[in-house]
Design a protein around this ligand. Structure first.
Ligand code: ATP
Length: 376
């Protein structure tokens, strides 16, 4: 049986390991197809392709290893870029954050000739399909491979940013939201005890989805996302006024989530949490204001959000994505695409058809819901 290869690329996300476990076990147990794990994302493939180019013997050895010992565990090339995955190689990894295969960014992959060398390697090795697990950039690389060759390519969305428009959820999002709820819970203790305003900056790149989901799940009083447009001094003052109003009505604290992608007018170089802190603090300290001693503390949560034990939700989604990926690989219509969750069903979205207008509607509906739930 010609093998299927799998790699993780770009930023790591919880759920990647659960996916690897599922894709390997389904391959071996249900479909009887061996699976090759590629280490360090596209970089591992590029490394192996370079080696095969300068040392044709290494390619022959690699091919023999794959043909003679299908499914036998072990590193099978001298640079340790390609691993035959067996049942045990994915034991005990399900909930572990990160990825056992390693992930990387690979600038070389932007070059057509480099991608061509990778296609050649995969074809020479008789690989029947490549599964790419990663975020926006990684899936763009996968789409290019699909367009430029006749290889079967399946993408699997994994990024805590939830910035992919074609899927309701990417792997890692549920875990990151869970972590943010945990963080908010911790910050609330201090905010309550000291009557403080805490401004917490979340990840999410250009998207506010992670912040708004975390706000809905944690009950944070306020959430500010890039989708509402650039923040002017007037807008920030209006937010501060809202907080002041709530304090006047007897509220003792406020948790404000701000997504990292929020822009300012005029533009700012500092993290949004710090810009907002200064704007709020200035507002509260103005002459004659009722809460001049109200303190505002910023915190940038950073990579804390990317790691940690994957939630059951992410592990289940990973298994469902793996099943759909296999369905597509074994399907004879040769369609390449990305696994996606749409209307709570797992499906394959062909490359190039990644728009899902309902996503924007869902986001604004979530914003309204949060506004009403947190009205204070
Ligand atoms: P995350 O959202 O977690 O950052 P990502 O997959 O978007 O993950 P990127 O750094 O954007 O992370 O991309 C990962 C890798 O995918 C890049 O280092 C590169 O190898 C490949 N890649 C990204 N964009 C392209 C592109 N336009 N053409 C070819 N390859 C690309």
């Amino acid at each position: 049986e010609s093998p299927v290869a799998v790699l993780c690329s770009g930023g790591d996300a919880p759920g990647m390991n659960a996916f690897l476990r599922a894709v390997v076990r389904l391959g071996l147990n249900r479909h009887h197809v061996p699976v090759l794990g590629i280490r360090d994302g596209y970089r591992g493939l590029v490394r192996a392709a370079k080696l095969a180019n300068v040392d044709s013997e290494s390619l022959v050895r690699l091919k023999q290893e794959i043909t003679n010992n299908p499914g036998k565990r072990g590193l099978i090339d001298s640079q340790q870029s390609i691993i035959q995955m067996d049942h045990a190689s994915v034991s005990g990894i399900m909930g572990k954050g990160g990825t056992i295969l390693g992930s990387a960014r690979c600038l070389d992959f932007h070059k057509r000739e480099v991608r061509d060398s990778v296609v050649k390697l995969l074809k020479d090795l008789g690989v029947r399909a490549l599964v790419v697990v990663g975020g926006d950039g990684s899936l763009t690389g996968a789409r290019l491979l699909a367009e430029e060759s006749d290889l079967r390519i399946i993408g699997v969305p994994a990024t805590i940013d939830n910035d992919l428009q074609f899927t309701e959820m990417a792997l890692g999002v549920d875990t990151a939201v869970h972590t943010l709820v945990w963080a908010v819970d911790h910050f609330i203790d201090t905010a309550r005890s000291h009557r403080r305003v805490m401004v917490l900056e979340t990840m999410g790149r250009e998207s506010g989805d992670l912040a708004r989901m975390a706000a809905l799940a944690s009950g944070a009083e306020m959430v500010i996302t890039p989708e509402i447009g650039a923040l002017t001094a007037e807008k920030m003052a209006a937010y501060a006024e809202e907080i002041e109003g709530a304090m006047t009505r007897g509220r003792g604290h406020a948790i404000v989530l701000i997504a990292e992608g929020v822009k300012f007018d005029p533009p700012q170089t500092r993290n949004g949490a710090y810009v907002l802190r200064d704007a709020f603090q200035n507002y509260f300290e103005r002459e004659g204001a009722p809460f001049q001693d109200l303190e505002v503390r910023p915190s940038v949560l950073g990579h804390l959000q990317r790691g940690g034990h994957a939630t059951p939700g992410d592990c289940i989604l990973a298994a469902r994505f793996a099943e759909e990926a296999w369905k597509s690989i074994l399907n004879h219509d040769n369609e390449n695409g990305i696994t996606a969750l749409q209307h709570n069903k797992v499906t394959i979205v062909p490359f190039g058809c990644e728009d899902m207008p309902e996503r924007a509607e869902t986001s604004s509906a979530m914003d309204r819901l949060h506004d009403d739930l947190a009205s204070w």
